[in-house]
Design a protein around this ligand. Structure first.
Ligand SMILES: CC(C)(COP(=O)(O)OP(=O)(O)OC[C@H]1O[C@@H](n2cnc3c(N)ncnc32)[C@H](O)[C@@H]1OP(=O)(O)O)[C@@H](O)C(=O)NCCC(=O)NCCS
Length: 179
């Protein structure tokens, strides 16, 4: 009985720690780059949002306020390419790739990543695009490996009491040097 109670307590404590760490991660995102997307991902960086028209039977909240010329759209997912051009960096970083749970496994992330790579090829002097993915994101790892990203290192970070291992991936950019 004591063992069962101990196990249950440990499980609940772990769940609470994971939830609190995830919340901390989201809070940090909302307080940093996601707080001012146009500025943080300004050209030559970019932030892509995948949308689709909303079926007339399922208009989202607020859609009734749209004028005749406007069409309601639903966000499927998004991704940013962060590029610190002021540091004359030769690398950019993919960040915040997310596809809504209901829209997964339909190629949305693959298309977003394709657009990011195409955009990267237009940035003058850009040689590498990098990204990091934790052990808690196995779907993303499969995605990147399927798309041909190569693993080139690992780093660690602490979110609350959770130690996160971040696998680093990169790919070279075939620059078309326009921007
Ligand atoms: C990872 C994520 C972006 C994938 O989005 P998605 O639109 O479902 O991805 P795609 O449909 O383009 O998937 C392409 C391929 O990736 C792999 N893949 C994607 N999700 C997978 C899953 N849950 N399990 C196994 N493989 C998966 C598959 O090989 C898939 O090809 P297939 O569907 O033909 O088998 C999405 O699951 C997500 O938003 N996860 C939470 C946020 C996150 O982890 N972001 C990554 C930050 S680094």
């Amino acid at each position: 009985m004591v063992l069962v109670l101990f196990g249950l307590g440990a499980f609940i404590a772990l769940q609470m720690a994971l939830t609190s760490s995830a919340r901390g991660f989201c809070d940090k995102a909302l307080a940093t780059d996601m707080r001012d997307i146009p500025n943080h991902y300004a050209a030559p960086g970019v932030f892509f949002v995948a949308v689709r028209p909303v079926p007339t039977t399922a208009k989202p909240e607020g859609a009734e306020n749209l004028t005749d010329g406007e069409k309601a759209e639903q966000v499927l997912g998004f991704v940013g390419l962060e590029y610190q051009s002021d540091k004359s960096s030769k690398a950019a970083e993919v960040r915040r790739l997310v596809v809504g749970a209901k829209h997964r496994r339909h190629g949305v992330a693959s298309r977003l990543m394709l657009e990011v790579i195409k955009h990267g090829e237009t940035i003058r002097g850009l040689q590498t695009i990098k990204l990091g993915v934790s052990q808690y994101q196995p779907a993303a790892r499969k995605l990147y490996e399927k798309l041909g990203w190569e693993r080139d290192g690992q780093s660690e970070a602490w979110y609350g009491i959770i130690n996160v291992y971040i696998a680093r991936y990169s790919r070279p950019v075939k620059s078309k040097s326009k921007k």
